[in-house]
Design a protein around this ligand. Structure first.
Ligand code: HEC
Length: 164
């Protein structure tokens, strides 16, 4: 019986060449496009929530509610996060509206619905393919938990502020 190996090898090589060519042709378009591809946002959000849930696991904030938001963490938020997310977390920092995708509005119902563990995990590891950096290096875990708490309570502060 004649061997099919040469045909198989040619087929695989053909597929690889086509994919490589596809990448070369698509790369400049992917790098310069500023509008979302169809379903890109929905797909990205679904992936983000799955990955954050998987990564965070069952982790809950190790600090009690009273010790939650320290002045240090709020200062760290202003220094490290506000450039993109805005001083009050609404996603309107200087760079926020100019990244693709835009910096998240941390006061939105979706983010408010995230667990402390997911906020911690995203802040620590960042989000690949977006402008959201990983903060594992500049901050220790305890600082990251405090930052996650600032994010979780960003709305509470605004509510208190406007109630005055
Ligand atoms: C250079 C800009 C930039 C900086 C600085 C930045 N972020 Fe982000 N962040 C982003 C972008 C862009 C996204 C949205 C990604 C997306 O839509 O998937 C994001 C998303 C997030 C999310 C996920 C929100 C969601 O939709 O679930 C959290 C939480 C977050 N950032 C917290 C922080 C914290 C805390 C800091 C500071 C320690 C910070 N970010 C600093 C750009 C930034």
């Amino acid at each position: 019986m004649k061997s099919r190996a040469p045909f198989l090898r040619a087929f695989i090589l053909g597929c690889m060449t086509t994919s490589l060519l596809g990448l070369v042709v698509a790369a400049p378009f992917a790098l310069t496009h500023h509008k979302d591809f169809p379903f890109e946002r929905r797909y990205g959000n679904a992936m983000k929530s799955i990955v954050a849930k998987l990564g965070a696991g069952g982790t809950a904030t190790p600090v009690g509610p009273d010790a939650r938001v320290t002045d240090g963490a709020r200062a760290a938020f202003t220094g490290s996060c506000a450039t993109c997310h805005g001083a009050r977390g609404a996603g309107n920092g200087v760079f926020g509206p100019n990244t693709s995708p835009n910096a998240a509005d941390l006061t939105s119902p979706e983010v408010r619905g995230s667990s402390d563990g997911a906020l911690f995990w995203i802040t620590k590891n960042g989000l690949g393919f977006t402008a959201m950096p990983a903060f594992a290096t500049p901050y220790r875990d305890a600082d990251l938990w405090a930052l996650a708490d600032v994010v979780a309570y960003v709305n509470t502060f605004d509510a208190r502020r406007s109630a005055r």
